[in-house]
Design a protein around this ligand. Structure first.
Ligand code: GLY
Ligand code: MN
Ligand code: MN
Length: 432
């Protein structure tokens, strides 16, 4: 019945917004980096999810109702822009390939505005997603009526949260590429290398395997105390014997993100304090992953991880409390584990979808269901270590990407080793 998955998604959204409502979903525009050089283009994720269209400056219009109708407006190259950007796809091909009901290649924002107005003027409700800049997107600003923009974003977020078989296949492959890259790095790392050399190896692995030009996020390659800076991306330091290396890196494949973190010793051998803290994080992570089942709330995973982290912190003397529950209640663990345990993963690394956040309990109450993909990523970052100095400046995070299925959690990123003995023996092979 549907020409492709994008047409099916537009149809589903059209049914949900209903008769009398029009949704306007702008794609992204380009941005100049300097003079005439552009930043690499990345399509808006909602727009891509509903169209599959990868060109800049386009607009999707969906008329809601029992028989939804979708129209694509896009920027058509003229004779002079064609020379640099190539020929634009024709409207007939856009309809045939992408399954729109109508498509219009336009050369100016004025034309777009007139065409869109002629349709939206008859609608009771006009809802836009985000107001991106750019000539095509700004031409539709001000057309929104009855403030339903948030609803549309919410509805698309809920659709994107549950991955279909095609998306799961892509994300499985993305995690395979990234997991293998993390694994292969273990054979390469040696004291004296620079963080950026490791970053370059990851990029090479991602691109050679067909990953998108932009990775899912800037790679974090953080040695020693740099790992205590959560979003360290300078990647400029030299790796030193005796330090740990934290790598948080994931390719993007066919638009979908992977997000993996591993931490291991630069020398290939753990020292005692490093291994002690590593095992605390690993335990917290494996226990939380075990709980990632249909019907369990995403907040519960965080509770489990925090409890095991707090238990470890108490044991090594980094905090003092009656017991782990008391430590968590007083947020003592937050000094060393200052971020959440999980986030949704999809087209965006921090993907859309409601967490059902309860302000009173400060808990994400969304229940896990089949087809969701989320990260589980506890960490420990010891910036100060009163009374337990041997742990100072150690930063550890372990992060996997988990698919929720009826038969339990599936670790899509399993190729990246995390067992501390396995890491040691693989690294020893690399040092030979
Ligand atoms: N790489 C970003 C994150 O782990 O959330
Ligand atoms: Mn993450
Ligand atoms: Mn990450």
């Amino acid at each position: 019945m549907f020409r492709n998955r994008y047409a099916q998604r537009r149809h589903a959204l059209g049914l949900r917004i209903g008769e009398g409502c029009i949704a306007l979903i702008p794609g992204n525009t380009t941005r100049l980096r300097n003079r005439d050089v552009e930043y690499p283009f990345k399509q808006d994720s909602d727009f891509f999810y509903l169209t599959g269209w990868q060109e800049h400056d386009a607009l999707l219009l969906i008329k809601g109702g029992e028989k939804p109708c979708s129209i694509l407006f896009y920027q058509k190259n003229n004779k002079s822009t064609e020379l640099f950007a190539g020929k634009s796809i024709g409207p007939k091909a856009a309809v045939r390939i992408f399954g729109f009901d109508e498509a219009y290649g336009l050369t100016s924002a004025d034309l777009l505005y007139k065409k869109v107005r002629s349709i939206t003027d008859h609608a009771q409700v006009v809802a836009c997603t985000s107001a991106h800049t750019g000539p095509f997107a700004s031409a539709v600003q001000g057309l929104e009526r009855n403030g339903r923009g948030h609803d549309i974003k919410y509805l698309i977020g809920e659709m994107r949260l549950i991955k279909d078989a095609h998306e799961i296949d892509i994300m499985r492959r993305a995690c395979t590429v990234s997991g293998a890259a993390h694994r292969d790095i273990l054979f390469l790392v040696k004291p004296g290398m620079y963080e950026y050399e490791v970053e370059a190896e990851l990029s090479r692995a991602f691109r050679r395997a067909g990953g998108d030009p932009l990775h899912a996020y800037p790679s974090i390659v953080a040695s020693g105390k740099n790992a205590c800076t959560l979003h360290y991306t300078r990647n400029s330091a030299q790796l030193k014997d005796g330090e740990l290396l934290l790598i948080d890196a994931g390719c993007e494949l066919e638009g979908y993100a992977s997000d993996i973190t591993r931490t291991f010793p630069v020398s290939g051998l753990w020292n005692k304090p490093q291994r002690t803290l590593y095992e605390i994080v690993l335990r917290a992570q494996t226990e939380a992953i075990k709980c990632a089942k249909v019907g369990i709330s995403v907040g519960y995973l965080d509770e489990v991880a925090r409890k095991f982290i707090a238990e470890g912190l108490l044991r090594v003397g980094l905090i003092t409390a009656k017991d782990p529950d008391d430590a968590v209640l007083r947020d003592l663990d937050r000094r060393f584990f200052p971020h959440g345990t999980s986030h949704w993963l999809g087209l965006d690394v921090h993907d859309v979808g409601d967490y059902a956040w309860n302000k009173e309990t400060a808990r994400a109450e969304r229940f896990l269901s089949e087809g969701m993909i989320l990260t589980v990523e506890p960490g420990l970052y010891v910036r100060e270590a009163k009374g337990a100095k041997e742990y100072k400046d150690i930063g550890i995070r372990i992060e996997d990407d988990i698919l929720i299925t009826r038969s339990g959690p599936v670790t899509l990123s399993h190729l990246a080793p995390k067992d501390p003995d396995e890491i040691e023996s693989m690294m020893q092979c690399g040092m030979l």
